[in-house]
Ligand binder design. Structure first.
Ligand code: FES
Length: 228
């Protein structure tokens, strides 16, 4: 196969064709004519497809925008760290979305966002839940406690202080979730042994693998009087 001046392969039968050849099919053999007609048709199709694609994208964006403004909303009432809130939430919001993005309680972290790591743990009516996997509307008429609600009058809670004293946090990202699960445990069992701590906190992962220090901190908090 010959090469044209740009180095592209030139189809047999078209070698030597002039770049100034007439764009009409006049003077072409039937085979050449049908090829030209095919290519011209293909070009039109490509242009048409591109136009449809562009139209499709802009239609999708418009649809997404309409969807956002038309999202179903529900009025809820909940208590967060002892403060009552009456809010209108979108039905698709997660609890962590409500806490972080709308109530600006950013102490609760999002790690995996799919119920695997426990970084987002908060207490709902005293029980640990993954707030990434709870809808905000499910918190209607419930009481939520986040890590911001642990300290009282500027004093760390006993379990927070025990984490500090026992080097519980490493990078610190999982610490809010660890503290909330530990708080729930100590509220139910004020003096847990290491095995009970490990069992209770199995759903809170620490990517620094600081598990021994975390268990020691929770045990120490219990020995010093729990969280009450
Ligand atoms: Fe919710 Fe990981 S962020 S479980």
């Amino acid at each position: 196969m010959a090469k044209n001046h740009k180095g592209f392969g030139v189809a047999p039968g078209t070698e030597g064709g002039s770049s100034t050849a007439s764009p009409t099919t006049e003077g072409l053999s039937p085979a050449q004519r049908s090829r030209r007609e095919f290519l011209e048709g293909t070009g039109n199709t490509v242009v048409a497809t591109a136009a449809i694609s562009a139209l499709g994208v802009s239609t999708l964006n418009a649809a997404e925008q309409a969807d956002a403004s038309a999202a179903a909303k529900t009025s809820i009432q909940l208590s967060v760290n002892g403060t009552s809130h009456s809010l209108e939430v979108e039905d698709r919001w997660t609890l962590v979305e409500l806490l972080r993005d709308h109530l600006h309680l950013t102490g609760t972290k999002i790690g995996c966002d799919r119920s695997e790591c426990g970084a987002c743990t908060v207490l709902m009516d005293g029980k640990p839940v993954y707030s990434c996997s709870q809808l905000a509307v499910w918190a209607d008429e419930h009481s939520i406690q986040t890590v911001e609600g642990l300290a009282r009058n500027g004093e760390l809670s006993p379990v927070q202080q025990a984490f500090v004293d026992n080097n519980g946090p490493q990078c610190g990202f999982c610490t809010p979730g660890q503290l909330m699960t530990a708080t729930a445990l100590l509220n139910a069992n004020s003096n847990p042994d290491p095995g009970q701590v490990r069992e209770a906190m199995v759903g809170n992962l620490c990517r620094c693998s600081n598990y021994n220090a975390i268990v020691e901190a929770v045990v120490a908090a219990g020995e010093q009087g729990g969280v009450a």
